[in-house]
Ligand binder design. Structure first.
Ligand SMILES: Cc1ncc(COP(=O)(O)O)c(C=O)c1O
Length: 365
């Protein structure tokens, strides 16, 4: 089953597969974008053509996610990792508290950064079970007066997903949605702020999208370093300095692709079906493969599973690679394999992997 341009099946956790029609459009516009006589990389960010690109990207993202009026959309830099710091710098007072829900490695990093600013209370931590599950947020005991609750909607390394928006949670909810944004519809109004690095479901690395309710921006303290100040970034429409122009342009192409595909309802349907192909291969293997995440928390983006031994895991990864199934090595904290199957990853690749898994298990089980 050949792929266009002899592309491999790239299961990388990010940066990762981008939609072929997006790459083709970028290729076609590389030397002369939209009749400007130059590449988007060569355009002034203050020019009319570039303004049109960033504004359309924002408008399409708003359409895709049905972002309500009172929310700002920012295209920032520093990756999701800088948001781990900016969030507490702006919203965790030195003498205050914030609640953190930790369901995996990225949540741990968010807590570490928050602790440099103030008191980050870990109100849930799945470490005891090696981060294999996500709780129901509304059932957790909250710290009275906590400034916000932070959680990671999909833990990329462990493959653990909340699978739902945070309904019934009081106070401000801030979410790191880096690895499952745009993978399914999302009720933006149930969050005060969402942030996501682009390099999984939106585009190349270099830009982080922040969706933030206006009243949070109004609460940003004075005298912050300019680049770390959401208020200043919003006042300058994400152009306080030179933005990551090309990455934003690519995100815009991905948003157009998603809209043409039928939006996030359609994307969810496709993603559910893709993930189930691999989970069925795991569950149908008679215990040869074991899913890392508990059934109610299984990520549709990062399917994590282990094999009976390290030797078999090594052989699995090596043989898979020889069959053009690339990037399956699991993170060392979980072991085993991880199949990252973001929006742009083709269903055919999931089917080829499932067939390979069955064959490998029958030969080695
Ligand atoms: C859920 C999640 N949060 C944060 C990050 C860090 O993102 P960045 O490398 O853009 O700082 C990642 C990266 O993979 C991630 O998966």
């Amino acid at each position: 089953m050949s792929q266009p341009y002899e592309r491999i099946f790239n299961f990388s956790a990010g940066p990762c597969t981008l939609p072929v029609p997006v790459l083709e459009k970028a290729r076609d516009e590389m030397l002369n974008a939209k009749g400007t006589g130059m590449s988007v990389m060569e355009m002034s960010h203050r020019s009319k053509p570039y303004e049109a690109i960033i504004q359309k990207a924002e408008a399409d993202l708003r359409k895709l996610m049905a972002i309500p009026e009172g929310y700002r959309v920012l295209f920032l830099q520093g990756g999701a990792s800088l948001q781990f710091s900016m969030v507490p710098m702006c919203f965790l007072p030195k003498d205050g508290d914030a609640d953190y829900v930790v369901t995996g490695s990225w949540g741990v990093k968010a807590v570490e950064a928050a602790c440099l600013e103030g008191c980050a209370n870990v109100i849930y931590d799945a470490k005891a079970t090696n981060y294999d599950r996500a709780p129901l947020l509304r059932d957790l005991d909250r710290t009275p007066g906590a400034s916000y609750l932070h959680f990671t909607s999909n833990e990329t390394i462990q493959g653990v997903d909340f699978l739902a928006d945070p309904e019934g949670v009081t106070g401000d909810v801030i979410c790191d949605m880096s690895s499952n944004i745009l993978s399914r519809p999302c009720d933006v109004s149930s969050y005060s702020m969402i942030y996501a690095g682009a390099q999984k479901n939106m585009g190349p690395a270099g830009v982080v999208v922040v969706i933030m309710r206006q009243d949070l921006i109004d609460r940003v303290p004075a005298n912050l370093h300019p680049m770390l100040d959401y208020r200043l970034q919003a006042a300058n429409d994400s152009m306080y300095n030179t933005p990551p122009c090309y990455s934003i342009y690519m995100c815009g192409l991905v948003y157009e692709w998603l809209l043409e595909l039928g939006g996030l309802d359609k994307m969810r349907e496709i993603n559910e079906a893709k993930a189930m192909v691999i989970y069925h291969a795991i569950d149908g293997s008679g215990g040869f493969y074991k899913a890392h995440a508990q059934p109610g928390s299984r990520s549709r983006m990062n399917v994590t599973f282990t094999l009976p031994s390290d030797e078999l895991t090594d052989a699995f990864i090596k043989e898979a690679k020889a069959q053009r199934l690339d990037g399956l090595t699991g993170h060392r904290s979980v072991g085993g394999a991880r199949a990252s199957i973001y929006n742009a990853f083709p269903r055919e690749g999931c089917e080829v992997l499932a067939a390979f898994m069955k064959d490998f298990a029958s030969k080695n089980g």
